[in-house]
Design a binder for this molecule. Structure first.
Ligand code: ATP
Ligand code: FE2
Length: 324
């Protein structure tokens, strides 16, 4: 069976086509961007409505199939921006009407985890999910994917992007900060905010802005120190979750995990504790629809049925995991 997945939780409108063996036939996307970098939900939805037909066609072309070959539709049900999610739901409804095939709504965060398992061979990992809006440490325990730690305020990617905007280096800030950080030489002490199993970035953001405007520190040193501090925070809670759950695999997911320094630090932490570190390629770390299609197939095979609606505030642990 071939599943067509639709991703539309935030910036990215994506169509992924995956077969029931886990072969990714297409993973195509169109990403909403602005000069200023702000994300107005209604604008994002407009972008998705304008591009969805082209993205579907492109995905079918890449996969070398016809729309009629699709036997299952999957869409991201949440969490995400309601206006953007609604576009995905509408596209799903339109395709289901045309094809008369089953449809399934899936959780975006769990999709990051399951595509990671598929492509890396991880079996039972702790997932460090670090993206724009999300920062969570997730693991399977007691028949659910549970959140063992998370951000108490903003997602780490949004934090990084806000700092980049403050320095006037554009959007998205992550890749630019990564480059600047390579030239940093002096480590500047910054607030290290881990509270129990959770992290927080707002105080750190204020501190960085003040340091930047004081003119006493170079951009390079600030970027370098920010990365070292924030990635250490993320990995401290990841490591604690691994110890607590007695798991010896760490999986990375989310756009921030494209960062090579974070990858290096994650590998080192795993090596030191005799664990394995699994890192999917960038196109499967960032928001993508192949992961939606794959989780759709996985849940469908397990007999999961969902409503045709969106769940903008769905939490990872609200999903009944019937496929493990
Ligand atoms: P979500 O809705 O899941 O929160 P998102 O729409 O923010 O996701 P992603 O593609 O997962 O999308 O992540 C985008 C974020 O990743 C941006 O904040 C961007 O700055 C950050 N990012 C991308 N590359 C890097 C990098 N090399 N280093 C640090 N951050 C990065
Ligand atoms: Fe995501």
């Amino acid at each position: 069976m071939i599943c067509l997945g639709i991703e539309s939780t935030a910036h990215t409108f994506g169509i992924g086509i995956v077969d029931d063996k886990g072969k990714i036939l297409a993973n195509v996307k169109d990403v909403f961007t602005t000069e200023k970098g702000g994300m107005i939900p209604v604008e994002v939805a407009k972008h998705h409505r304008n591009c969805y037909k082209d993205v579907i066609q492109k995905a079918l072309d890449v996969a070398g199939i016809k729309l009629e070959d699709v036997g299952l539709i999957a869409f991201s049900q949440g969490p995400g921006l309601a206006p953007a999610l609604l576009v995905g739901l509408d596209v799903a409804k339109e395709l289901v009407k045309k094809l008369n095939v089953p449809v399934i709504g899936v959780n975006h965060c769990i999709a990051h985890l399951e595509i990671g398992n598929l492509v890396t061979g991880a079996k039972d990992p702790v997932l460090l999910y670090a993206s724009g809006a999300n920062t969570q440490i997730i693991a399977y325990e007691g028949s659910k994917y549970r959140i063992f730690g998370e951000t108490l305020d903003m997602g780490v990617g949004n934090f990084i992007d806000s700092f980049a905007r403050e320095m006037g280096i554009g959007f998205p800030g992550g890749p630019k900060i990564e480059k600047l950080a390579l030239k940093g030489k002096n480590f500047i002490e910054l607030p290290y905010v881990v509270k129990g199993m959770d992290v927080s970035f707002s105080g750190l953001l204020t501190n960085l802005k003040q340091k930047f405007h004081s003119g006493k520190f170079s951009k390079e040193d600030l970027c370098y120190s920010m990365q070292e501090t924030v990635f250490a925070m993320l990995l401290e809670v990841s490591e604690r979750a691994m110890a607590h759950c007695n798991k010896n695999e760490l999986l990375l997911g989310g756009g921030v995990c494209c960062n090579k320094r974070l990858q290096e630090m994650a590998k080192k932490m795993c090596q030191e504790r005799g664990s394995k570190c699994f890192i999917p390629e960038n196109s499967l770390l960032v928001d993508n629809a192949a992961m939606i299609a794959w989780l759709g197939i996985t849940e469908h095979k397990a007999g999961v049925k969902t409503e045709l609606d969106i769940k903008p505030y769905q939490r990872t642990d609200q999903v009944e995991v019937k496929w493990r």
